[in-house]
Design a protein around this ligand. Structure first.
Ligand SMILES: CCCCCCC/C=C/C(=O)SCCNC(=O)CCNC(=O)[C@H](O)C(C)(C)COP(=O)(O)OP(=O)(O)OC[C@H]1O[C@@H](n2cnc3c(N)ncnc32)[C@H](O)[C@@H]1OP(=O)(O)O
Ligand code: FAD
Length: 570
């Protein structure tokens, strides 16, 4: 299946002529767009689940008390502050929902478990007895989804309504668990991974497509006196805004494939009741959901600003991409919380690795004692994947090990573990990000190596990989300079190679976004259509605004009297 429908939808717009700027960009491509699209299409399958939970799961206050006499659970939400807020489709549509609640049997709490609860009548859609549910009101975006609130008052559900694949309550109240407690959180892991492609990477790909196509149509000022106005993408600063975002979109597409592979493997194991992969899967899905959503959200923001005034128009399609993707930094686990989960795993693995114990594959590098200095001698050395991958690995190890040492020191000087942890959280977040950045670069390099049979594609992907890696070093220079692993002189080499790459990738920028294969309908942007007819489309779409179809109501009431001198001059 293609990433998206492949037909370019220029029909219906009445604007079939392709802008010559875009046509020339495509003619000079260094690779074949359909071949690259085919490479991108090798992505993993996606699933989508919806259900209801919030940040501090352990602290959930809604209870499900087992009543042996009736073989039912009785669900209660004790206070307004404990009310569930946000679940999608629950405000006005859903008849049933999965509620996470603390399970109580004979007065003993067994922790958070999922229960199917009917919330509305199947006859007239009215709330079931004891159910208080409604829509949470206006939001920044997501107006198409009725996010809801829910409170339960003595709602009774049959024993069978507890989702019992891994835990069950028998009729006599005996509680049986078939796996780890954490398996109850698995739907979150699954959703975190499955939303990355559609809700996070795709919006960045769309934003890049819009901004890059627009940037070869938009001409402003002159690069050389006497010449015509330059395409804005020919300015180095514009390239430096957009091309790293493009490289990131590719990097994340490939890491998404990596995550899906890991997930499929883990899922298979879990079906066979082997939960060993769960901690690594949780750490990687949390870290990558956070890192990618943060990166892509600022990427979309950069694309919007890079389009100047027209970017701010809703007709560009960019504002709605931004307000939607921003939510991905919050839902399905707020990003800081998730990075701290990754950090928790990293600290444990670091301690184990340094003690010579086995650790999961993604963190075996923590056992390595690495050279203290970057061996690069000139700027071309920084186009060597070994050189920059080592630099990322070194930075991740340094941040993880120094934070582990700080944590240890605080505890040894008498701080309680939770207090020491809180005093390290800023650095823990930084360490988790460095780990994810390192894995992303390493995975990009490995993906490029595997493209050996398609030399043209491999070549351009290598440039993008180099750009992604060097952009990360250039824009986080302090992390690499901190302990002298990279020197100031070497950082100048990084900068030089990084800037060279912008010029190289610039000529392939349009075909690189064409390869994402979005239809015009899908982009819904006056700036980003395939044919590049930006100004005609903007004009046409602006005409359709209701405000252009009627005389301003303010005219009769205010303007006309003013213009006809009938209002007081005071
Ligand atoms: C078209 C539109 C599409 C958009 C759709 C948007 C849909 C959005 C849906 C939602 O937002 S649903 C709500 C999502 N809510 C969350 O994600 C809540 C976030 N909170 C949590 O995930 C957890 O509670 C927590 C904060 C990670 C837990 O922290 P805490 O430290 O309190 O841990 P415990 O609960 O005690 O867990 C201890 C133990 O378990 C490990 N663990 C936590 N989560 C998982 C997991 N998913 N898988 C495996 N293991 C997990 C945790 O790391 C601890 O491990 P140890 O260190 O003790 O070994
Ligand atoms: C568009 C959208 C759709 C949603 N859809 C659903 C849905 O379908 N189902 C559903 O159940 N929920 C849904 N949610 C809710 C969402 O899952 C939560 O909003 C999210 O998990 C964050 O939790 P919170 O709102 O309690 O934030 P909080 O936890 O209150 O976070 C606020 C701030 O406190 C910080 N913070 C909190 N705890 C800690 C800590 N321990 N250490 C350090 N800092 C901390 C956070 O980093 C953040 O900066 C949706 C939310 C949105 C925006």
């Amino acid at each position: 299946m293609a990433l998206l429908d492949t037909t370019k939808d220029t029909q219906g717009s009445g604007l079939a002529r392709v802008n010559p700027d875009l046509a020339s960009e495509r003619l000079t491509a260094s690779f074949c767009v359909p071949s690259l699209t085919a490479v991108l299409d090798g992505g993993a399958e996606r699933t989508r689940v919806r259900r209801a939970v919030g940040t501090y799961l352990q602290g959930l206050e809604t209870t499900a008390v087992f009543d042996i006499s009736t073989q039912e659970f009785i669900l209660n939400t004790p206070t307004i502050s404990a009310m569930k807020w946000w679940p999608g489709d629950m405000g006005r549509s859903a008849t049933h929902t999965v509620v996470f609640a603390q399970l109580y049997i004979h007065g003993k709490c067994y922790g958070v478990h999922p229960f199917i609860v009917q919330i509305r009548s199947l006859q007239d859609h009215s709330p079931c007895p004891g159910v208080i549910a409604g829509d949470i009101g206006p939001k920044m975006n997501f107006e198409h989804i009725d996010n809801g609130y829910l409170m339960l008052k003595n709602v009774r559900i049959p024993r069978e309504n507890m989702l019992n694949k891994f835990c069950e309550v028998q009729p006599d109240g005996t509680y049986i668990r078939h796996g780890s407690q954490q398996i109850n959180y698995f739907t979150m892991t699954s959703l975190r991974i499955s939303l990355i492609a559609d809700e996070v990477i795709l919006p960045l790909m769309k934003a890049c497509t819009i901004a890059i196509r627009y940037s070869v149509v938009r001409r402003q000022s002159k690069l050389k006196p006497g010449e015509e106005e330059a395409k804005i993408l020919d300015y180095q600063t514009q390239q430096e805004k957009l091309l790293p975002q493009l490289a990131a979109a590719y990097a994340f597409h490939f890491i998404n494939n990596y995550l899906h592979e890991l997930f499929n493997k883990g899922y298979k194991e879990i079906q066979g009741r082997n939960f060993a992969l769960l901690p690594e899967l949780h750490a990687l899905s949390s870290g990558f959901k956070a890192m990618i959503s943060q990166y892509c959200t600022s990427g979309v923001d950069i694309c919007l600003r890079a389009c100047g005034g027209h970017g701010y128009s809703l007709l560009s399609g960019l504002p709605s991409l931004y307000t939607k993707i921003l939510a991905s930094c919050i839902y399905e686990g707020e990003n800081t919380i998730l990075l701290l989960q990754t950090a928790r795993f990293l600290i444990k693995c670091f301690t184990a690795a340094r003690a010579g114990q086995p650790v999961p594959p993604s963190v075996t590098y923590l056992a390595a004692m690495k050279p203290r200095k970057c061996p690069a001698k000139d700027k071309l050395d920084f186009l060597s994947p070994d050189i920059y991958t080592e630099a990322y690995q070194h930075a991740a190890i340094r941040l993880i090990s120094s934070t582990a040492a700080k944590l240890q020191d605080l505890i040894q000087s008498g701080a309680e573990r939770h207090e020491a942890w809180n005093q390290c959280t800023v650095q823990l977040v930084q360490a988790a990000k460095a780990h994810c950045h390192y894995i992303t670069v390493k995975n990009f390099v490995e993906t490029v190596e595997k493209l050996e049979n398609t030399a043209g594609i491999q070549n351009i992907m290598k440039h993008l990989c180099d750009l992604f890696a060097l952009h990360g070093i250039f824009s986080n220079a302090g992390i690499f300079l901190h302990d002298g692993y990279i020197t100031g002189a070497q950082m100048d080499m990084v900068t030089a190679s990084y800037l060279d790459l912008l010029g190289i990738i610039r000529k392939d920028a349009v075909p690189l976004v064409d390869a994402f294969d979005f239809t015009d309908k899908n982009l819904n942007s006056a700036l980003g259509s395939y044919d590049g007819q930006v100004y005609q489309r903007l004009y046409e779409w602006a005409q359709k605004a209701p405000t252009n179809k009627q005389i301003s109501p303010a005219y009769e009431k205010y303007l006309k009297p003013l213009l006809h001198n009938k209002l007081s001059k005071l």
